[in-house]
Ligand binder design. Sequence first.
Ligand code: AMP
Length: 273
Amino acid sequence: MEIFKSLGEFRAWRDRLAEHEIKSGARLKMGFVPTMGALHEGHASLLRQSASDNEITILSIYVNPTQFNRPDDLAKYPRTTGQDLEIAHRCGVDAVLIPTASEDLYPDQYTFQIVEKEFSKILEGEHRPGHFEGMLTVVLKLLNVARASKAYFGEKDFQQLALVRGMAKAFFLQTEIVGCPTIRESDGLAMSSRNLRLSKSDRLIAPKLFSAMTEFSNLADARKVLEEIGFKVDYLVDHTHEGSTRRLVAASLGEVRLIDNVPVKGFNEGAAP
Ligand code: AMP
C-alpha cells in the first residue's frame, strides 16, 4: 500500500498510472473513498465495496478545515492515523493520500468555492453555515486529483451524498458517485467518528436517536422523547428529495452532535393516517 503525504507525490503516482494505461491500452477501474479518518466499519464498508468493484482503490484522509463551522469541533475531531492505515490495508486499499499541509489542497487560500443554492441551505446547511461549501469544494478538488472511475459515499450523510451527486451532474464530472448503506452498531447507533467523543453515559443514550426515528410515526412524539432523555434536537423532519422521502435527524448530546437518517417508506407504511 502506497502512502502519500503530499499532493505532489500523489499526483506523480497518479500520472504514472495514467501513462501505464496508455501504454498497455487497458483502462484500470479505479475507486476512490474520501474520508476524514478515524476509520470505522462504515468507512471499511465503502473501502471493501470499492476494492470489489475496481482494480485500484484510493483512500484519502483529510480533516478538511473549511467544512467545520465550529473551531472546537475541528480541534477535537478524532485523529487515529496508525489504526486507519491498518484498516485501509486490511480492506484492500492500494494508495492512501494523507495531505499534511492545507496549502497543498488550497493553493488559492480558499478564494474559489463551490456554492449550491438550494438543498445545501436547509437542514445541515442551516445549522452549519459554510459546511457544504467547504465539503463540496474539497470533494471537487479530491475528485479532480484522484480521477477515479467511481467514488463512494455513505448514505449516513444523506444530504452530503445528494449534493455530491448534484455537483457531479451539474459540472459533468467523469467520476460516477456511488451511495452505500449506513453501517450501524448492534444497538442501532449509526457508526461515526464522532461517537468516540461520547461520554460513557451518553454512549448508552445515543442509540435512541435511531430508535426514536424508527419507532414513532409522529415526529413531535419522537422529538419529545429525545429531548426528555437529554438530546438537544436541531431538526427531526421528513424531507422529500428527488422523489424519495427520508427522515433526517440532527441532535447533540453534550458537545457531540450526531446525525442520522432512514428511508420513510417501509417502517411507517400501513401506519394509521
Ligand atoms: P467522514 O470521514 O465522516 O467524512 O466520512 C467519510 C465517508 O464515510 C462519507 O461518505 C460518509 O458518509 C461515510 N460514512 C461515515 N459513516 C458511515 C456509516 N456509518 N455507514 C456508511 N458510511 C459511512
